[in-house]
Write a protein that binds this ligand. Structure first.
Ligand SMILES: Nc1nc(=O)c2c([nH]1)NC[C@@H]1CN(c3ccc(C(=O)N[C@@H](CCC(=O)O)C(=O)O)cc3)C=[N+]21
Length: 304
């Protein structure tokens, strides 16, 4: 991929890497097909938030690419707690659904944690169910035997597939949201990755001092431009995970802005573009969770 910036930083190409992962998954889906198993991804979308509608559509397009069946459940923004829970229970009971997500955010008035706890942990494609987050805490090395959070896994795969060494590296994560900042440290610190992790956030005093010491910066605060060129150590690897929608004053049109400011491309050795970086990788690893759940299911059935 041609760099979307002028500086010397090399591109962590999420679009191309996601395509490679999807090709590998298509092979595994075909092997499952030989056993009569078809993985199926379900989505529960409540309301019509334009961003959420687009993401959900993207996930179903990805499924079609690798041969995963799609199950779409769309509820109106006026859906009650009981109706959302009913949709979750139906997917838990549906044997054609091997994994699913409840698209977040849910409308105000819905108890999100209650909905997410209701998901069958074996079908948790996001890897964010308390049981699976607990397994992430308890299993500090070894093979992947439960779904992992998609974006953290996406960040690690994006680096390792570009030959970046994380063993012994110091990683500074900016952001403490559950989907990225809170869970990525657990993965990076596992013995088989062996990085040292610091989780900073918008309340960190002297954030730039923490950033300057890092070999790898993972910017996931959702604050446009919070990671500046002055704060990044020359040669560091920088992943831009945050997404803010801003109106470009030059064109008057909306566009995506990441957490990484202009100019970081001049000092970083590797940089992930946004869009085209961690986003497509997150989607690919969501599919990986669905395929792995189907593989575990067919192994368990074989063992029974
Ligand atoms: N239960 C749940 N699971 C999620 O994984 C989840 C969610 N809810 N709610 C919203 C966030 C956001 N998210 C994105 C994933 C991929 C791109 C992505 O592929 N973005 C493209 C650009 C797409 C565009 O045009 O906007 C890119 O970065 O190149 C973006 C955002 C998953 N989320």
């Amino acid at each position: 991929m041609r760099a979307p910036w002028a500086g010397p930083a090399r591109v962590l190409d999420g679009t191309a890497t996601a395509a490679a992962i999807k090709a590998e998954l298509a092979t595994r889906v075909a092997a499952l097909g030989q056993l009569g198993v078809v993985p199926g991804l379900g989505t529960v979308l409540v309301g019509e938030d334009p961003g959420s509608v687009r993401y959900v559509a993207g996930k179903h397009a990805d499924c079609a690419e690798v041969g995963i069946a799609s199950i779409r459940v769309d509820l109106p923004a006026t859906a009650t707690q009981a109706e959302v829970v009913e949709a979750v229970d139906a997917l838990n009971a549906d044997p054609s659904c091997t994994g699913y997500i409840v698209q977040l955010p849910l409308p105000a008035g819905i108890d999100t944690n209650a909905v997410l706890e209701r998901v069958d942990p074996a079908k948790d494609a996001d890897g964010l169910h308390p049981t699976n987050l607990g397994r992430l805490v308890l299993r500090t090395s070894g093979p992947i035997t439960s779904p992992l959070p998609c974006t953290p896994r996406a960040c690690i795969e994006l680096m390792t597939r570009h030959g970046i060494e994380l063993e012994g590296a110091t990683v500074c994560v900016v952001g403490r949201g559950v989907t990225v900042g809170r869970s990525i440290g657990l993965l990076l610190g596992r013995k088989d990755v062996n990085a040292t992790v610091e989780v900073c956030h918008t309340g960190t005093r002297d954030l730039d001092e923490h950033l300057r010491r890092a070999d790898v910066v993972i910017a996931a605060a959702g604050v446009a431009g919070i990671v500046t060129a002055e704060a990044v150590r020359p040669g560091a690897v920088v992943l831009d995970v945050g997404v803010s929608r801003v109106v470009d004053p030059a064109t008057g049109r909306g566009r995506i802005m990441g957490d990484v400011a202009d100019g970081v491309d001049e000092v970083a050795s590797w940089l992930s573009p946004n869009p085209g970086g961690v986003g497509p990788m997150t989607r690919a690893l969501l599919l990986a969770n669905v395929v792995e759940a189907a593989e575990r299911g067919s192994r368990d059935a074989g063992a029974a």
